[in-house]
Design a protein around this ligand. Structure first.
Ligand code: ASP
Length: 337
């Protein structure tokens, strides 16, 4: 048994020393990188390296339109990325939000944690300045496919707000209706859209969570979601467990989603009950833009669970003995049945 490596300046040194069987879990579409993460863990590498490497693979997957290169853009057609990483033993946290032009925000989030321990989160221009100073390379993030999705979404399809109908309402209401109509036309794509969450437990007992996303498609420019915020999209505490969220980030922000799941574990709930309790709490909130919220968690002894309001939602698991990525259904919250 040996202590975990020190982070760059030593300020965030992990305190884990025990021997554990490694596990890595992830949300839908994490399978693009999970095998690489488990490879690192099997070779005795750290959960921190495993999570970063797994998420980088997903960020570089151009077929995934919800993070990194190819992520769907904001309402102005610009890709803005959110990402965060958290170390369970020290609760060190690093994040970036609304970051443009950099394809691997998870690595920049890790760098914030390691070289700027006086801060947790950098956004927008400041995050880009930091990334440039740290030697990260910029790239074109908007692919032909995501550009097309965006422009197709903007084509007028509904003329019901024109002519007689528009004369019937006053200016304020007409403005509101047309804004809603625009949002409806720019609705998210079908299927299991959303952020990629990855949680790893290494042989030293360290738990690390990473989250990366292009956020809600067509979001207001500058909007930062739960994925960048500790306790909302991402939380890890090696004593009890780690959790992460995908889906409607504003709900996760309002209930402190990931932190609330870990709090449930602390109180002795099983992983699945801790996930369900958080979703039930979120389901009580009024929200005119309600959309799916999903969560998953992993405990320091390797138990895991995931929950969702959608019956088709899944999550992925790799243990030290798995021969391939195992995909499990998420438990469906009764409130949504
Ligand atoms: N949680 C992400 C956000 O609100 C989006 C998602 O996972 O679909 O930015």
């Amino acid at each position: 048994m040996r202590p975990l490596r020190q982070l760059v300046d030593g300020a965030l040194t992990s305190v884990c020393t025990m021997t554990t069987s490694p596990v890595i879990i992830g949300s839908e579409r994490s399978e693009a990188g999970l095998a690489l993460g488990m490879d690192i863990l099997r070779r005795g590498g750290s959960a921190l390296d495993a999570v970063e490497a797994t998420i980088r693979k997903c960020e570089d997957n151009r077929d995934d339109v919800f993070l990194g290169t190819g992520g769907l853009p904001n309402a102005q057609g610009v890709v803005e990325l959110d990402a965060s990483i958290m170390v369970g033993s020290t609760r060190a946290f690093g994040a970036v939000g609304a970051l443009q032009h950099y394809p691997n925000p998870i690595s920049i989030a890790r760098r914030v944690m390691e070289v700027l321990p006086q801060h947790c989160l950098l956004v927008g221009e400041g995050a880009a300045l930091f990334a440039a100073e740290q030697g990260f390379e910029t790239a074109e993030l908007l692919t032909e496919y995501s550009r097309r999705r965006y422009y197709e979404g903007l084509q007028p399809t509904d003329r019901s707000l024109e002519g007689e109908n528009t004369k019937a309402v006053d200016g304020d209401e007409r403005y509101r209706l047309s804004a809603l109509e625009l949002v409806a036309r720019l609705g998210p794509p079908e299927g299991m859209y959303g952020t990629v969450n990855v949680i790893a437990l290494d042989q030293y007992g360290e738990l690390v969570t990473g989250v990366s996303t292009s956020g809600y498609p067509w979001k207001y420019p500058g909007r930062v979601g739960d994925s960048s915020l500790p306790g909302c999209g991402n939380y890890a505490d090696s004593r009890y467990g780690a959790a992460a969220c995908t889906g409607r980030g504003e709900l996760s922000m309002r209930v402190g989603g990931a932190r609330s799941v870990v709090e449930g574990l602390k109180q002795g709930r099983s992983p699945v009950d801790a996930c369900l309790a958080m979703l039930r709490d979120a389901a009580t909130l009024p929200d005119p833009f309600r959309a799916e919220l999903r969560t998953l968690c992993l405990t320091p002894d390797g138990r895991h669970a995931a929950a969702s309001g959608q019956t088709t939602a899944t999550y992925n698991v790799l243990t030290a003995t798995s021969v391939g990525v195992e995909t499990y259904p998420r438990t469906v919250d009764d409130v949504h049945r």
